[in-house]
Design a protein around this ligand. Structure first.
Ligand code: ATP
Ligand code: MG
Length: 442
């Protein structure tokens, strides 16, 4: 028996503002009366907050409802969480505004939205299970939000599933490197002709709903000239090369602080990041503190040990580090490299025995690029500070570079000589709250 959908609270109605010309093109390209409808694919790329997702949702809904009935469609996001937040939420608000009835089955293996006679299946592109689930489907269309963050295998599978006559595939994304598969397989002129791709490039000016002030804030959230500025603000498919933290490297002294700074700025709490060393790498701990409302993110202390030491020594050094930190700050959590579960268990036991109260957690270890983007952003916003005695961390950020042997792959150089350990431990200390920190206005 099919489970009855739970009674759901109605979402608010979407408040429409005027659409830009570019958004109108995206909403209407498929209409049989216009020439662009000859295409099979729509790719909207470009800057963040430029109105791509909203216009895609509206276009996809109207196209699928007007051109198809009784069919299945794919709605995919980077993760199920991202899909629900960025696509499903505004989509339901739009349906409420239009007064179109729908049923939303939010959980289970076939999470879906039913509208009229069509069914829209929801997928997070990042799991094996999603790819398996896709395999059984015959669809009349697909919408991939933030498609450049999907594994290529998911996009390939998604394309293969769309076989109903009149199928169309809609994708939007922020640009990545110029050799990303979306750029090479969908946006080069030959492929565009062969596959029939309609390409629409968006900038923030194509979103009439954001104020000039807000636009300025977004623009200042990235170092001008950095790869992130070029991709997220200008919306260009450009390679990452050279120094990863150019703005920091050019102005190191602007970011350094001493005890005097701490007298004038209260640290509300602090967290510890731990990277364990191996044969060639170092053990590294970073203590990062936060002022009220995450206005300032401050590296307060570091531990760095490149010698080979036994686990007992590591535990003792960790306990010393935590005690030193807790004498001055509120420190509740340590995020540790999850690849080393035995060492983590050792630290936990040692802390319990020494009656040092700290919650030892696994580091999230998300994409390195997200962490790099995060630090670039807080550096650009002048919200990152480092205590001048943390010389390993300072040098590590100053020298961090992209690997020039892996051009266009956005890979951080890790050749055994670069100190990536200090980068890792510092990133682990903030990774769980990256998003929160970026979302509060500087
Ligand atoms: N015509 C519109 N009316 C009302 N709000 C709009 C309109 N167009 C865009 N917006 C709002 O502007 C914001 C950014 O739009 P959207 O999420 O579509 O941008 P995006 O290009 O997908 O951004 P990102 O690349 O960050 O995902 C959203 O809050 C969206 O609701
Ligand atoms: Mg979007």
């Amino acid at each position: 028996m099919r489970a009855m959908p739970k009674k759901q609270k109605k979402p608010a109605k979407f408040k429409f503002m005027p659409f830009s010309d570019q958004q109108r093109r995206l909403i209407h390209w498929w209409r049989p009366a216009v020439k662009t409808s000859e295409n099979n694919y729509l790719i909207a790329d470009g800057s963040i907050r430029s109105g791509k997702t909203i216009a895609c949702i509206i276009g996809f809904l109207t196209w699928s409802q007007e051109m198809h009935s009784g069919e299945a469609f794919i709605l995919a996001g980077k993760t199920m969480g991202a899909l629900k937040k960025n696509v499903v939420r505004p989509m339901l608000q739009i349906l409420e505004s239009w007064g179109w009835p729908y049923t939303y089955i939010r959980s289970g293996t076939d999470a879906r939205i039913e509208i009229g006679t069509n069914t829209y299946y929801l997928f997070g592109a990042n799991t094996e299970a999603a790819q398996d689930a896709l395999q059984g489907l015959t669809a009349a269309g697909a919408y991939a939000d933030e498609a450049a963050l999907f594994p290529k295998s998911f996009i390939d599978q998604m394309v293969a599933r769309c076989s109903v006559d009149g199928w169309k595939i809609w994708m939007n994304c922020n640009p990545a490197g110029p050799h990303h598969y979306i750029c090479e397989e969908y946006l080069n002129p030959e492929e565009m002709k062969r596959k029939k791709v309609y390409h629409l490039h968006f900038t923030m000016d194509d979103n009439l709903s954001i104020s000039a002030k807000r636009k300025e804030e977004y623009k200042n959230a990235w170092p001008h000239g950095s790869v992130f500025y070029k991709r997220f603000i200008l919306g260009l498919w450009v390679a990452a090369d050279g120094l990863i933290y150019q703005q920091f490297a050019d102005n190191v002294s602007d970011y350094l602080i001493t005890e005097d700074w701490l007298k004038e700025n209260e640290i509300v709490y602090a967290t510890i990041g731990v990277d364990f060393g191996g044969t060639k790498s170092a053990h590294s701990f970073t203590l990062t503190g936060f002022t009220r409302g995450y206005k300032q993110i401050v590296v307060l202390d570091e531990y760095y040990c490149k010698k080979r030491i036994n686990p007992k020594q590591l535990q003792d050094d960790f306990i010393d580090f935590v005690r030193r930190a807790q004498r001055k700050f509120r420190v509740y959590e340590a995020y540790c490299d999850s690849a080393e579960q035995t060492l983590i268990a050792g630290l936990e036991m040692a802390c319990a025995e020494a009656r040092v109260g700290i919650d030892i957690k696994n580091a999230i270890k998300g994409p390195i690029n997200d962490r790099i983007a995060f630090y670039n952003s807080i550096i650009a916003q002048n919200r990152w500070k480092v205590m001048a005695h943390c010389t390993n961390i300072i040098t590590a950020f100053e020298q961090a570079v992209y690997d020039d042997k892996k051009v266009n792959m956005d890979v951080r150089l890790d050749d055994g000589l670069m100190n990536v350990d200090s980068l890792d431990s510092t990133e682990y200390s903030t990774e769980s709250i990256q998003e929160d920190i970026l979302y509060v206005a500087a």
